[in-house]
Every structure is written in C-alpha cells, then in structure tokens.
Design a protein around this ligand. Structure first.
Ligand code: 8YV
Length: 322
C-alpha cells in the first residue's frame, strides 16, 4: 500500500470533512481547536505534505519562508484569500487553493437577513423583548424602512452578488450593480450596470458589498463615498471589514446621514473591532457567520479536500490560486 500524504488540518473540522480526511490522509488534527501561533504552526507543519487552513492562519511571507520543505500545497477552507500571500507561495513553489463554491447561498441568505434586520430595526426589537418587552403601542414606535420599490446597489456581481440579487428581487428591490465588466443579459437578469462605483453609490438606497478585499477595494467606503449615497441609505457588509473606513461609517450612522448598517464582517475581527458599532442603536450586527450553516461548512471543507485530492493524484486542483 502506498503511504498516504501527511495533512496538517489547522482547525477542528465538520464531521464529514474530518472523516474523509482521515480516510484519505495521514491527518494531523486540531481537535482542541486552539489557534496556532506563528511558531506553533511552523512546528505543527513539520513533515506535512499539505496544509488545510482557515482564515485564522495568516499565511504571510514570513510563514511561507519558514514552512518546512515537505509542504507542497496549502488548501484554504475559505472562499476569500486575503489572508494568503500568493506571491510568497509562488516564490516557494507552493500551490494554494480556495473553496469558492459552497458558501454562495448561505452568504446570500445572510445578506438578506442583515438587510431586513437593519431596515426593520430587528436588533433593537430583540433587545426590547429580552429586557422585559414593550408597554404601549404607539404608531411611530420602532418604525423602520420599507424595502419594496427601493434600489439595491450591489458592489461586486460575482456568484454571491448575483444570489443576493435573486433573493432581493422577490422583496421588490430594483437591482443596480457595479462590476469591472458588464454581465451578459442572462446573468444580469434586468439589473442595471454602472461602469463606475461612484454612480452606483448615488442611487443605492441599500448598498451591499460583495467585492474581495484587495489594494483597490480597501477603505472603499470612506467619507467621500459615503457622501455619494442617498440621504438615509442603509449599508450591508458580508464581504470584508477592511473595505469600510470604520470611523467614517460610524460617524455617518451617528449623525443619521445613513439610516442603518447591517454588518457581518469587521476590520480587526474578532477582537479589535471598532467600538462605535456596538454602541449605536442603528446597527444590526452578526459575528462573521455568513457561511455558518452545517451544510455550507461541510461543503467548504469537502471542496478543500477535492483540491487536495486532485493535487496528490497529480491532476490540476480545480480551485488553484497559486
Ligand atoms: C469564513 C469567509 O471566513 O470563506 C470566506 O472567505 O469569509 C468565511 O467563510 C469562515 O469563517 C471560514 O474561516
């Protein structure tokens, strides 16, 4: 029997993923789920042929420089790969893959949850019910924003953006989007394309961010771009926290220039998030759970394993980044 490749799995995995990894690999697990620090990761990778990592492991230039010679592939459990220095991986000849397919519907569902929650003040309502309930009905009590008939601006019309558009149409939202290139008519499904992000902002009653985090998108939602949004617009972010300038967003929410925000991702998450968000009543906040369904988290891990299996079988991994 040929020796199974040795795989370091950095985090505790969904059961189906762990079972498959154990049958195909000599798998080094992390059932305690304690996040490896730099030295711990390098030590744990000793002798490994491949790594299955999450966003909790920043794969920096320094990490790639120190990874043992034995490591030939790093498979990300995630769709996003802003935590991986692809150039450094390439320089070491290490293959990198990601898992972009399984999370589309889960993240799109959560985007609508944030949109509805922010528009209808669900966080405030929850807090009222958990602290004794309400005492009297009056007609202006907790009035939110109607959704139907408004314009939803989608920045980044990839798989997730399009899945959001599909759901949003059912709520009567008119879809506007900005993407580097215009989609073909079938994928566009009636949505209005803007060749410039600036013109999208001007007509977005709701703005939903679905772009990757990179040099171009970092701090995209700064005070200048917030000023382009209609008065009382609502911002939704399920992409990455660093696409937003937190000081600018908090100030606009505080002043009422923006009506509300629904956020699942944060710069500095999980332990160094801008304190303004939790202080404000007009934020609806979730702890980066866009992909957190049982089905999706399993699907993401299985896709990471598909990439590893292909690599170790000597065939091209389907979701190769480097
Ligand atoms: C999470 C994600 O990071 O895949 C991505 O890019 O942002 C999410 O699915 C998840 O917590 C896995 O680490």
């Amino acid at each position: 029997m040929t020796k199974k490749p040795m795989l370091l799995i950095t985090r505790d995995m969904p059961p189906a993923v762990e079972a498959r990894a154990l049958s195909s690999y000599d798998a080094r697990l992390n059932r305690d789920d304690k996040i490896y620090d730099f030295d711990g990761l390098i030590a744990a990778a000793e002798g490994a042929d491949g790594l299955l990592i999450c966003s909790s492991e920043p794969m920096t230039r320094e990490v790639f420089a120190r990874l043992p010679e034995s490591v030939k592939i790093v498979a990300c459990f995630t769709a996003g790969y802003d935590h991986v220095d692809l150039a450094a991986a390439k320089a070491r000849g290490i293959v990198v893959t990601h898992a972009p397919d399984a999370l589309t519907d889960a993240v799109a569902d959560l985007t609508l949850l944030l949109l509805l929650g922010a528009a209808r003040r669900a966080g405030e309502g929850e807090a009222v019910m958990r602290s004794g309930g309400w005492s009297d009905i009056h007609l202006l009590y907790m009035t939110g924003s109607e959704i139907g008939g408004k314009r939803l601006g989608i920045l980044g019309m990839g798989r997730i953006g399009r899945a959001v558009a599909k759901r949003a149409r059912a709520f009567g939202l008119e879809i506007q989007y900005h993407n580097r290139s215009r989609l073909d008519a079938e994928l566009e499904a009636g949505a209005v394309w803007h060749d410039k992000a600036e013109s999208l902002l001007e007509c977005a009653d709701f703005l939903s961010l679905h772009c990757p985090s990179n040099e171009q998108s970092r701090n995209f939602l700064n005070s200048e771009n917030i000023a382009r949004l209609p008065e009382g617009a609502i911002v939704i972010n399920t992409a990455r926290g660093d696409v937003v300038d937190d000081d600018a967003l908090v100030a606009a929410l505080e002043s009422g220039r923006l009506r509300a925000a629904g956020l699942d991702v944060y710069r500095g998450e999980p332990d160094n998030i801008h304190p303004g968000y939790a202080r404000l009543a007009n934020t609806f906040l979730l702890p980066h759970i866009g992909s957190a369904t049982v089905e999706t988290r399993s699907g993401m891990g299985l896709q990471a394993l598909d990439n590893l299996d292909a690599f170790f079988a000597g065939t091209p991994p389907p979701n190769r980044l480097a």
